[in-house]
Ligand binder design. Structure first.
Ligand SMILES: O=C(O)C(=O)C[C@H](O)[C@H](O)COP(=O)(O)O
Length: 215
């Protein structure tokens, strides 16, 4: 049997109470969005690989917004890991995990947050030495009460719940002992992005950044 060293706890989880999830169709918006988020107090930024523009979005933020810590989300395959690393991503996030993906995430040498949503998936990651995870899709999978129920039998797992979380539900998650930060896109409403209303993004980011992490 091979033993794998434990994955280092992800410093990304400790940068701010909220990890903004950015989906951009046009790389021209990358730098203003990142600056708006950083100005609001959210330096860690997850750019999902769901759009064609995503690698360029990551590259521009990495090059032009040094105060930001930009990572890639929706990392589903070794090819995505390579694309994210090449673009300059500093952390990797996936909605779920497989052995193949976990191997590739480890080989990247970047901090990573693999997704899990059941006790068995969490246990499988713990067995691999991974303690920091994304709980996805957070609201649809059972929300804060579900995640609280996982904390008693699986106290070593630390989560960034993401998926369907809003400004009004984020605090419920942050009150849990097994939550380090929450992810979401609520500070980037579609209409604000369409209008390029960066001051509104900053305002929403600032509200998110001041959410309290108990203890
Ligand atoms: O594609 C992925 O890997 C994702 O990361 C999905 C995101 O977690 C959600 O799109 C963000 O959740 P919302 O706040 O509901 O927008």
């Amino acid at each position: 049997m091979t033993t794998t060293p434990p994955a280092a706890p992800s410093p990304v989880l400790d940068l701010a109470p909220v990890l903004p999830v950015v989906v951009l169709e046009d790389a021209v918006d990358a730098v203003p969005v990142a600056r708006a988020l950083v100005e609001g107090g959210l330096p860690a930024i997850e750019v999902t690989l769901r759009t064609r523009a995503a690698p360029e979005v990551i590259a521009r933020i990495a090059a032009e917004v040094p105060e930001a810590v930009v990572g890639a989300g929706t990392v589903l395959s070794p090819a995505h890991v390579r694309a994210a690393v090449d673009a300059g991503a500093r952390f990797l996030v996936s909605p779920g995990c497989t052995d193949l993906l976990l191997r590739s995430l480890r080989e990247s040498a970047l901090p990573f947050l693999p997704g899990a949503s059941t006790a068995s998936e969490v246990l499988a990651l713990l067995e691999q030495g991974v303690t920091d995870m994304k709980f996805f899709p957070a609201e649809a999978a059972g929300g804060a009460p579900y995640l609280r129920a996982l904390s008693s039998p699986l106290p070593r797992a630390r989560f960034c719940p993401t998926g369907g979380i809003s400004a009004s539900t984020a605090a419920d998650y942050l009150a849990l002992p097994n939550v380090a930060c929450v992810g979401g896109s609520w500070m980037l409403p579609d209409d604000a992005l369409a209008a390029r209303d960066w001051s509104r993004v900053t305002r929403l980011a600032r509200e998110a950044a001041t959410l309290h992490i108990p203890g």
